[in-house]
Design a protein. Structure first.
Length: 239
């Protein structure tokens, strides 16, 4: 599956109040590896930028005066994301703005072009209830270097989100890719793995019948304690 990590910067917080997108950043991933393909544009919004938004991203209206309008890049953008799964932090915000821009052009919503949209903020809240789950907090939690993120930026944040996503889904990752060790003998970071760490030969150790029985007993106990909410048993019947 082709994944696109996407982020936007805007003139304000509410597209319903006429705020517009001023930056789009996307990076592509296939088989949990960044492909180095990306889409990045600054956009002229033809309106003022709220002071609060300017303090977050630092993109001035003066800088955007000679940039393209969304209408000029809409077709190219849709071609880049077409058929992919979008992964966005706080997806309702970005999707709302994208759909508002598309609606101004009498174009169909983004979900008619893309395969699916995943919200990593929702994922993080499910994994870490009651904790801060903004991108900076997740970088700290998963050991992702974001020291170069002094201001928000769409392309930079999309790249950071890709690394955070790999770390957040490491349980799935172990079934697909081997982070293993690099040539120095030290464990590879998620960043190294994203950018083409070498896959090592894997040794498959299968569970014995006794271990499988103990595993089933443990899942049954979890199912009982959670009152039927054991995720491992979703779609399965507990005997």
């Amino acid at each position: 599956m082709r994944h696109i990590f996407l982020d936007t910067e805007t003139t304000g917080l509410e597209h319903k109040l006429g705020h517009r997108i001023i930056e789009i950043g996307c990076v592509e991933m296939r088989s949990r590896r960044l492909t180095k393909r990306h889409f990045h544009r600054y956009l002229n919004p033809d309106r003022d930028i709220d002071a609060g938004a300017l303090a977050v991203h630092g993109i001035s209206l003066e800088f955007l005066q000679d940039k393209a309008h969304f209408a000029d890049i809409a077709a190219e953008f849709l071609d880049f994301v077409r058929g992919a799964e979008l992964i966005i932090h706080n997806a309702p915000f970005d999707i709302g703005f994208l759909n508002a821009e598309l609606a101004l052009l009498d174009m169909a919503p983004i979900d008619t072009v893309c395969h699916h949209v995943h919200d990593t903020l929702r994922m993080a809240k499910d994994l870490h209830p009651g904790k801060k789950n903004n991108l900076n907090a997740l970088c700290e939690r998963y050991g992702v270097n974001n020291s170069h993120r002094t201001l928000h930026g769409a392309l930079l944040d999309a790249e950071i989100l890709a690394e955070v996503y790999v770390a957040m889904t490491r349980g799935q990752e172990s079934l697909i890719m081997d982070l293993g060790n690099n040539n120095s003998g030290q464990p590879e970071t998620a960043e190294q793995a994203l950018n083409g760490g070498q896959r090592r030969a894997q040794c498959i150790v299968r569970a014995s019948d006794e271990e499988l029985a103990q595993h089933d007993q443990a899942l049954a106990a979890i199912q009982k304690e959670s009152k039927g909410k054991c995720l491992w048993l979703s779609g399965e019947t507990v005997s």
